[in-house]
Design a protein. Structure first.
Length: 387
């Protein structure tokens, strides 16, 4: 009799397991499905059969009378799929942004290594790391450098010339190979001439290093100015900046990257100011001259001619509010006809004489009626018009 009851009980469990699964709930509210009994820490709250499990995505309806498993509606399924799609797009966009950021970082690194070819190897060297650890400021600059972004050029210029100067000096135990009334030289000598890689420390506080040819630095090198904190990295010819290079100006915090001639920026270059403004264009003897684009931190840009750091010739002021001012300049002063456009509509023409407004002519009135009106400059004008 007992054997029969045990057999029946086993068969009953098997049939229940095949068709239904037990729904168990923990004290924390978690639910699981199990074939036989609820594990320790769980209690039995119901069952769900095979057909229900296979009919679609199921969820526990806690708002019904008891705990019943109900099928997901089409609306709920669409909402779930939309959330999954958005999540997938979000992840994809994020990965694309990371990839793009990686490409931009690689470009910055390549541009910096054009100035210092062994940059990556240098900053990983044991001696450089040891030198950096001596100063909190150097540690901060190294982090900025390794970010490979807009701040990396400034960080590189503040770190590398000073380090290279100290490194070369330490190779000779701080003892100069040659002492002159104006400078001390650390490096090799041959027949009384400076040869190979060396460092010149001038009495003025300028430290310049590089490859020496005929007693002058010619080729890739750098300068560190202890008297004012300025720095330079790039090409030198007879000790003067010439060709491609970059400079840091400590007083203003600005940086320059571009061409040099006779120790001054000349030709194409890019000047980045600490206030967020920047200039990209032509230089002559250290001044903006020729064609260039001056961008303000506000988003406004001036695109046009320059002479001795002043706007000169024809230029356009492109503003963030949609206005474009096409102006003629003479040594920084508006001179001649200036056209003011709101989008693609020519709204107003003003005549200037050596920076002073002579007359204004509206081609489109405020209600766009197309009525032309000639006004003198003392009458009230739109604030946007004469900026």
């Amino acid at each position: 009799m007992v054997r029969i009851l045990v057999t029946l009980l086993f068969c009953s469990l098997s049939l229940t397991t095949a068709a239904d699964r037990k729904v168990c709930e923990s004290f924390e509210g978690d639910t699981i499905l199990t074939d036989y009994t609820c594990p320790a820490g769980y209690r039995l709250i119901g069952t769900v059969n095979k057909e229900e499990r296979q009919s679609g995505r199921l969820k526990l309806d806690v708002f019904s009378d008891g705990w019943d498993w109900v099928k997901e509606t089409d609306e709920q399924r669409k909402a779930r799929e939309e959330r999954a799609r958005r999540l997938g797009e979000s992840i994809t966009n994020n990965l694309n942004e990371i990839a793009e950021a990686g490409r931009e970082r690689a470009k910055v690194r390549e541009r910096l290594e054009e100035i210092v070819p062994d940059l990556a190897k240098l900053i990983k060297s044991r001696s450089f790391k040891k030198w950096v650890r001596k100063s909190k400021e150097r540690k901060k600059l190294l982090r900025e450098l390794k970010d490979w972004d807009a701040s990396s050029l400034r960080a590189m210029l503040k770190l590398i010339p000073e380090y290279k100067s100290e490194e070369i000096k330490s190779l000779y135990d701080g003892q100069p190979s040659q002492i002159h009334e104006k400078y001390e030289y650390f490096g090799d000598m041959f027949g009384g001439n400076k040869v190979g890689t060396g460092l010149v420390v001038f009495n003025s506080g300028t430290n310049c290093y590089g490859e020496f040819l005929n007693n002058n630095i010619t080729g890739i090198g750098g300068c560190f100015y202890t008297n004012n904190g300025n720095a330079f990295l790039g090409s030198l010819e007879k000790g003067l900046k010439s060709g491609e290079g970059a400079s840091y100006y400590a007083e203003s915090g600005s940086t320059y990257r571009g061409n040099y001639s006779n120790d001054k920026p000349s030709g194409e270059g890019y000047f980045n100011y600490v206030n967020g403004n920047s200039y990209k264009g032509e230089f002559k003897e250290g001044l903006r001259e020729g064609f260039g684009v001056y961008s303000y931190a506000s988003g406004t840009r001036y695109v046009g001619g320059w002479k001795a750091n002043k706007r000169h010739g024809s230029g356009s002021i492109i503003r963030t509010d949609g206005w474009t001012n096409i102006v003629q300049y003479d040594n920084g002063n508006k001179h001649g006809k200036a056209r003011y456009l709101d989008g693609d509509k020519l709204v107003m023409i003003a005549i200037f004489d050596k920076g002073k407004c002579d007359s204004v002519r509206f081609l489109i009135s405020q209600n766009n009626a197309g009525v032309a009106a000639k006004l003198n400059c003392k009458e009230q004008l739109p604030v946007a018009s004469l900026r």
